[in-house]
Design a protein around this ligand. Structure first.
Ligand code: ANZ
Length: 958
């Protein structure tokens, strides 16, 4: 490559030419300067970072990247795309009068770091810290203007102390449905004690034992331990959140099977916030696609709960189609439903259909066999539309509350325990899955929604259910309620009202969102600040005992199992250090020193990223999570951002529901409890595209090193053998990674920054092409030459007024670049800078000082090192970072105009002054609206308009 690289030093190069060597020297020097002068330090209103009242008086901008994992592989050129973009934007904001907070930390707990550590045999902390150091060197070289005083890693005890502290706030809270907010759990205890609120179970608070009280409170706490079925992944040795399980029931990481298992685990009651998480999305400036994913994940469904009486009890179902109640001809319980045993009689009722029994002698046998079969499937497998429907009869019948009919109760795996009530009324005529099941089990199918296609009303002739919200209800008259003739919406309203009046049902909203499973059987995560007493009751550690640091253990790797063996149980690495686990502590709760066992699970890797934006605001505060005044200043509500939040958050779209939903939830809890003024963490979100790279594969399909592939006549060869080329991800495993270090060494970081920003619109994925990088290097060389004499190193600019054409070119560039940088359109901003620079090159002769200075300032956010150097050469002693960005003079921005002739019947009737870039449509509109043209037409219709923008419009009247 070096033969074709004009950046490479060679003896013919003029001594003061902008070469790679010069770029590297300039860049290192300015990076040192920025560090020594704390150029990017953003002052706070209060505390140890408060030093600059004048700057704090300015409007603020908090600009953030999704922080990286310190991976062992380091950075390739794809990683910094977003970091460079936010850096350009942050620099632009600094130059337009803002106090800018921009920094970057590390998300350093979690599976990737741990797995790397497991492979290499080093302690996770040692390998993680080494990786961070390495990445810091790489990042520094890019010239990112970060306030490094504000950087931290989630593994710093000073940081995770506060992660644990937040956990305790969540643990010590409950959700008050009336006030629609979280409150301290102590307030709930007061209400129970005073009798203001009934204790669930009906007994008085004072009668309850400590264990019973703890159990009651567990039902309210926003962080609680429960025995609910969880996603157990033996291959990873840990349980996983729903969000970490793929659509086909495997672990997102590692692609291992995931099973349902009953294990005692910590959960976060995120479901309490379902409504607010949904509603507050409206005010956020996020990509619609991400909002939609969050809405779907939260999954709000309006429907009803309906009781079906059975043996003096009820089975409650959740339905979104209560209007079809007359068509419910059987019921289904999830196999795990707690009422199944109760409604499984000793024997099959007289005359039970053969297919209903599954060939088993008794209902109990049938149920047991079916349950075992269902347990081995994932939720997604169970719900798949195409699957043959399976199930068995429980042996019991319930009563349809409107028709009074006896309907058989089945268990079937297409009904999930984790949704609604875990029980459904089945309406086979109008639900696809119920239809398939009814056909398989020869159950009655009753049409209650009139088909508006030509299938007729006899379901025995149908091939599928008739599913529609836009049709009339039929066959739905009972003794004292009739829905016949109503539309779906009216019928829903009427039947809901009827059910509510009788107390056998009610309108309700159901969410797809589940509580967030919050414990992992891992070493490399935050320990829970929880201990258990001898009765097994969980106690929070007092704040004074935080941080609870991760102990040393002999073996920190998770215990993994045969990935397919569902009958295994996790073993937590922390439990291997019994000295740490068994402690005597005085929790300061008046009970004195006692023996406790520590919780040995750790928090999921999402915990640390749930609140890091807040710590950037006040990273050294040892008293508080964040000083309220600092939080209000940087993140508080503003005009147009009613929930407050970070001004710009840039990262990949893959975090649509995990990180972004969890972080929103924590924000809301902290907001409710009065710790912060912002109820949303990220006001504006932007997803950058991916940098892709060519992947070359040999005949066996194995990736070969991209750097060694040769191109000949449009074909590709590696070691003489033909290989195929496809666009894919960039990475070590595909042997096509290009590092920012290589490109910086070869051209300088400014060129790399420009190239990445010029590749295309920021939100679009783009292929990396090392050979194209040189184009941006040449731009910087021309920029340099417009200011500096390559032979002598002298500055060549002259005093005096530039010519009119140059002024126009300059002010148009300023105007355009401003708009583009504000709108994150960096590629077009670079095009405009290039145009201006080319204009100066073409004009020849020395450049006017005012023009050169403006050009340098325009370039400064994009290529800060060369800008600093030229700024210094132009005689300034201060950094370019805090200069004012140039402002366009409107007089030079308006387009020059051209004269357009408007003809009517071939005769010139008007002349219009229009922009040379006007479109045909705009020009036609302008011509037809012109008074003289209107007069010439004199009310006649128009037969034809011929437009040749920008010069001619010819109108042919009717
Ligand atoms: C009767 C009915 C008639 C239904 C009809 C649909 C169509 P969404 O929109 O996703 O909320 N359902 C309820 N709980 C279930 C569970 N635990 N497992 C599987 N399915 C369950 O879907 C709500 C509908 O899904 C409910 O409305 C119920 O079937 C089913 F013509 O009730 B429906």
């Amino acid at each position: 490559m070096s033969e074709t690289n004009p950046a490479a030093a060679s003896e013919v190069v003029a001594p003061h030419r902008y070469t790679a060597a010069m770029a590297n020297e300039i860049e290192a020097r300015w990076q040192d300067f920025w560090e020594a002068n704390a150029t990017y330090a953003a002052p706070n209103p209060t505390g140890d970072l408060a030093a600059d009242p004048a700057r704090v008086a300015k409007p603020k901008k908090f600009i953030m990247d999704m922080f990286p994992y310190p991976s062992g592989a380091g950075l390739h050129v794809g990683h910094p795309l977003g970091y460079i973009a936010t850096d350009v934007y942050a620099r632009y904001q600094r130059m337009t009068g803002h106090n800018v907070l921009h920094t970057l930390g590390f998300d350093a707990f979690g599976l990737p770091a741990e797995q790397y550590a497991v492979q290499t045999g080093t302690h996770p902390r040692a390998s993680t810290e080494a990786n961070m150091k390495n990445m810091q060197v790489q990042l520094r070289r890019l010239g990112l203007g970060h306030d490094n005083r504000r950087s931290f890693a989630t593994i710093d005890p000073d940081y995770y102390k506060w992660t644990q502290w937040i956990f305790l706030q969540i643990f010590n809270s409950w959700y008050d449905d009336e006030a629609k907010k979280a409150r301290p759990i102590a307030e709930l205890v007061d209400r129970f004690e005073s009798g203001e609120r009934a204790v669930p179970g009906g007994r008085s608070w004072n009668e309850l034992t400590a264990t019973e009280r703890a159990d009651v409170l567990s039902g309210f706490r926003l962080a609680y331990a429960s025995d609910a079925p969880v996603n157990w992944c033996p291959g990873l040795g840990t349980v996983l959140a729903n969000e970490e399980v793929t659509a086909d029931g495997r672990s997102e990481r590692g692609n291992f099977p995931v099973f349902k298992a009953k294990l005692r685990q910590w959960n976060m009651r995120i479901t309490a916030y379902a409504d607010r998480l949904l509603d507050d999305l409206e005010e956020l400036d996020w990509p619609e696609a991400i909002k939609l994913q969050q809405r779907n994940w939260i999954g709000r469904s309006e429907g009803a709960r309906v009781d079906f009486p059975i043996d003096g009890e009820n089975i409650t179902v959740f339905t979104t189609r209560q209007d079809t109640l007359f068509g419910a001809t059987y019921m289904v319980l999830a196999p795990e439903h707690p009422l199944v045993e109760k409604f499984t009689p000793q024997e099959w009722p007289e005359g039970t259909h053969e297919v209903w029994t599954g060939g088993h002698a008794t209902p109990a046998e049938a149920v047991a066999a079916y349950r075992a079969q269902a347990a081995s499937k994932s939720d997604v497998e169970r719900q798949a539309e195409a699957k043959d429907k399976t199930g068995v009869f429980t042996g019991s019948y319930a009563t349809n509350p409107v028709s009074g009919e006896q309907v058989p109760v089945f268990i079937a795996d297409y009904v999930l325990m984790g949704y609604g009530t875990g029980a459904i009324m089945a309406v086979p005529a109008h639900d696809t899955r119920d239809f398939a099941f009814a056909r398989a089990f020869e159950l009655p199918i009753r049409c209650v929604v009139e088909p508006n296609d030509d299938r007729g009303t006899d379901p025995s002739t149908w091939d599928d259910a008739f599913v529609s919200y836009d049709a009339k209800i039929v066959n739905s008259s009972g003794e004292d309620v009739s829905l016949d003739g109503l539309g779906v919406v009216e019928a829903k309203a009427r039947i809901t009202e009827w059910l509510e009046r009788r107390g056998i049902g009610e309108g309700t909203v159901n969410f797809r969102l589940r509580d967030w499973l919050f414990s992992r059987q891992r070493y490399w995560g935050e320990p829970f600040p929880i201990v258990y007493d001898e009765e097994g009751i969980a106690h929070p550690l007092p704040e004074s005992m935080l941080p609870l640091e991760l102990p040393e253990v002999e073996d920190y790797s998770p215990r993994t199992f045969d990935p397919d063996d569902a009958n295994t149980e996790p073993e937590t690495p922390l439990s291997r250090n019994q000295d740490w686990v068994n402690v005597t502590l005085d929790l300061g709760d008046g009970r004195g020193p006692r023996k406790y066992r520590r919780e040995t699970n750790t928090m999921p890797n999402w915990a640390g990223s749930c609140w890091y934006e807040l710590r950037y605001l006040d990273p050294h505060n040892s008293e508080k999570l964040v000083d309220p005044e600092n939080e209000r200043y940087w993140m508080g509500p503003r005009d147009g951002m009613p929930h407050g939040g970070v001004d710009l958050y840039v990262g990949g779209a893959e975090h649509a529901v995990l990180h972004l939903l969890y972080a929103r939830f924590w924000s809301k809890v902290l907001y409710d409890l009065g710790h912060v003024s912002s109820a949303e963490p990220f006001h504006k979100l932007y997803n950058q595209g991916m940098i892709q790279a060519f992947v070359y594969r040999d005949s066996r399909g194995i990736a070969v090193p991209a750097a060694d592939v040769e191109e000949r006549d449009g074909a590709y060869y590696y070691e003489g053998e033909k290989v195929t080329r496809l666009l894919g991800k960039m990475g070590k495993s595909l042997k096509n990674a290009v590092t920012p270090d290589e490109i910086s060494a070869e051209y300088g970081a400014d060129t790399l920054r420009l190239y990445e920003m010029a590749m295309g619109p920021l939100d679009v994925s783009r292929p990396w092409d090392t050979r194209a990088v040189v184009g941006q290097f040449r731009l910087l060389q021309r920029l340099w030459r417009n200011v500096v004499d390559e032979a002598t190193g002298a500055v060549t600019v002259v005093d005096g007024e530039p010519d009119e054409a140059t002024l126009r070119a300059l002010h148009k560039a300023i105007d355009g670049v401003r708009q583009d940088l504000e709108g994150l359109r960096f590629n077009t901003a670079i095009a405009k800078v290039t145009e201006l620079n080319n204009h100066l090159t073409k004009t020849g002769g020395p450049v006017a000082r005012t023009v050169a200075e403006s050009l340098v300032l325009l370039v400064a956010p994009l290529a800060p090192h060369i800008a600093e150097e030229l700024w210094r050469k132009l005689g300034h002693t201060d950094s370019v970072v805090h200069q004012d960005f140039p402002v366009a003079d409107p007089a030079y921005v308006v387009d020059e105009t051209v004269t357009c002739v408007v003809q009517v019947k071939g005769k010139v009737k008007a002349r219009l002054e229009v922009s040379p870039s006007i479109s045909d449509e705009e020009l036609e509109k302008a011509a037809l609206g012109d008074d003289k043209v209107v007069a010439a037409l004199d009310g006649a219709g128009i037969r034809k308009v011929i437009v040749r923008a920008p010069k001619l419009v010819n109108i042919v009247p009717a």
